[in-house]
Design a protein around this ligand. Sequence first.
Ligand code: PEP
Ligand code: MN
Length: 294
Amino acid sequence: MATCNADPASLSCSVTNVIAPSLPLYSKTYRETTVIHLPYNISISHNTLSIIAGPCSIESEEQIMATAEFVKQAGASILRGGAFKPRTSPYAFQGMGIQGLQLLRKAGDYYKMPIITEVLDTEDIPLVGEYADILQVGARNCQNFSLLRKLGKIKKPVLLKRGMMVTIKEFLMAAEYILAEGNENVILCERGIRTFETETRNTLDISAVPVLKQKTHLPVIVDPSHAAGNWKLIHPLALAALAAGADGLMIECHIKPESALCDGEQSLRPDKFALLMEDVKKISTMLNKKLDCI
Ligand code: PEP
Ligand code: MN
């Protein structure tokens, strides 16, 4: 039998017990709306439509600059790109790391777009927070409570993706971990859940959008790319998400999807993204929601 001789007083691990507020901080009764303020006068809120677009991963300076140019021109306001990638296989491309962050920042600054990128680990928060305007928590980390707690201690906005096996209630409680530590800038992202269906990578839970909008003041955006896993389904699912009340979209795009290092099969080419944006503009007029781009 293993024995442990460590002196408990010398151990650095600690448990955080937070006193529960009378109402969950995510609830509509606690607060009516949340507006996320970003650089370049961009915001994410219930009365705007925010389009986040960009490649799955930053691959090179040429790729991210060219992508930023076409997504901005088509009407996207926020640039995405992964520098630290949560890949199913440890042998798959894991991202460019700090070099990727620098290239994304360069593209964002040049095209005047706030940038969003994923943070995988608590120890990377200071580095990612130095470059990114929004820190993304991926589906696989949705219930990584120590990561969520640490993100609650920073001021920068956090986009929390719904885990593929996470119920709406659990999703909201995951957001509560960030709010409970004092960071009020949380954006929720529905990105598909795992079901028995195999025709799509995951099943986009459209009903989560109106349910979340009824339960929380936090902005809700939808990522049809990771839900569908197939570029041909992105356009209809994106429109359905906006019709259901989403405050924005996250869309994967690539200048040359066939040579993408990650998720090329679900990435829109420039012409397809421009077509989608034509419809997004029509819907934004119908919904009387300003398309938040400059
Ligand atoms: C991503 O947005 O790059 C990503 C990995 O998405 P998800 O966490 O939803 O799978
Ligand atoms: Mn991806």
